[in-house]
Design a protein around this ligand. Structure first.
Ligand code: SAH
Ligand code: AVI
Length: 337
């Protein structure tokens, strides 16, 4: 199996606090976090949800009755994977934020079937090393013709460092409505990077959560088993460990609200007391007041037509779109012209 599985690291995995490490990605991340925490409202980038524990909690979220996104996208993929493979033909499949790649298996089954015993090339990219390596190993076992080249790191960086494409085109997948975690400005910058990474006739498969009632949306992010609350609080454990900070997660509570003006779920951690948090490498102390909120995630909801127009402006044409019966979720296939 080892010659079919290769894992590459784009991020420094060790925490080096020395001044000589100022140029490292980790130090840049620390500066970014410091800037975010000093904004109003204070923020923590949502990529820090995903340490090993956070990835497991996200897997639990995907099973929750209130979190309709995963099962709806799964249903759409089951109904459309063969058609997608037929449209694109054999491709190198690149997946941004692949996670456990559970839904991706539906696509991989369609592509391995199409390839009739020839190798299928899969490039999963994820910031969470544990989930990426375990899913890559499982996939190699499940699909004997699969060649996996995993990239551990930020998918925005990875887009400019993709391994060579051994077949005539790429299919870049971005599932799970992870796009919704970008602000409109970040989304626009991401589309620019994406278009730059693609060559003529490459494909882009995007899964997005659509507008729907506020009740359904707020329930999905405030589940009765409190798994989303644990997921949200885990971000503090992760930044403590990663950057030597001393947040006390027990002094915060989870809240998710729908902002109807911006059409997005906003997830916050609300401080229950006045407290101070030390940012050791910057020699800075944060004074967080009781009731003050830290924004940990936005989850935007979309109209497929808006996305179509935005990507058209970047040179990507809509080839096909798939939805569920209630139009709660959309799977959009684009081609670079
Ligand atoms: N695609 C899967 C997982 C979605 S959860 C699904 O649809 O179920 C979002 C995934 O993106 C997580 O696995 C997380 O670790 C990863 N992720 C989040 N921010 C990232 C970043 N900046 N770079 C790379 N991966 C990221
Ligand atoms: C990964 N991302 C698309 C999820 C979402 O729905 O925004 C993360 C999540 N946050 C809370 N629940 C799930």
């Amino acid at each position: 199996m080892s010659n079919r599985l290769h894992i590459e690291y784009l991020l420094s995995q060790t925490i080096d606090q020395s001044a000589s490490n100022c140029d490292s990605l980790l130090y840049q991340e620390y500066q970014e976090l410091l800037n975010c925490l000093n904004q109003l409202p204070r923020q923590i980038p949502s990529k820090y949800f995903y340490d090993a524990e956070g990835s497991l909690l996200f897997e639990q979220i995907c099973q929750l009755p209130e979190y309709y996104l995963t099962r709806t996208e799964t249903e759409i993929l089951e109904n459309s994977a063969q058609a997608i493979a037929q449209i694109t033909g054999n491709c190198q499949i690149v997946e941004l934020g692949s996670g456990s790649a559970t839904k991706t298996r539906i696509l991989l089954s369609a592509y391995t079937h199409l390839a009739k015993g020839q190798p299928v090339f899969y490039v999963p990219i994820d910031i969470s090393e544990s989930i990426l390596t375990s899913s890559a190993e499982q996939l190699c076992q499940q699909y004997p013709t699969l060649r996996v080249h995993g990239l551990v790191g930020d998918y925005e960086i990875a887009l400019s460092k993709l391994p060579p494409c051994p077949v005539s085109q790429r299919l870049i997948c971005f599932l799970g409505s992870t796009l919704g975690n970008f602000s409109p400005k970040q989304c626009n910058a991401f589309f620019d990077r994406l278009a730059l990474a693609m060559v003529r006739h490459d494909y882009f498969l995007l899964g997005v959560d659509c507008h729907k009632s506020v009740e359904i949306l707020t329930r999905a992010y405030n589940d009765s088993a409190q798994v989303t609350a644990q997921f949200n609080l885990n971000i503090l454990h992760h930044v403590n460990r990663r950057f030597g900070m001393n947040f006390v997660p027990e002094l915060f509570r989870h809240e998710a609200i729908y902002n109807s003006e911006l059409q997005q779920i906003e997830m916050y951690l609300i401080s229950q007391v006045d407290q101070t948090v030390v940012m050791p490498w910057a020699n800075q102390t944060l004074h967080i007041k009781a009731g003050e909120r830290i924004l940990t995630e936005i989850s935007r909801k979309f109209s497929p037509m808006d996305i179509k127009q935005q990507l058209q402006a970047k040179g990507l044409e809509l080839s096909a779109s798939f939805s569920d019966r209630q139009n709660w979720y959309s799977l959009l296939l684009f081609r670079r012209s």
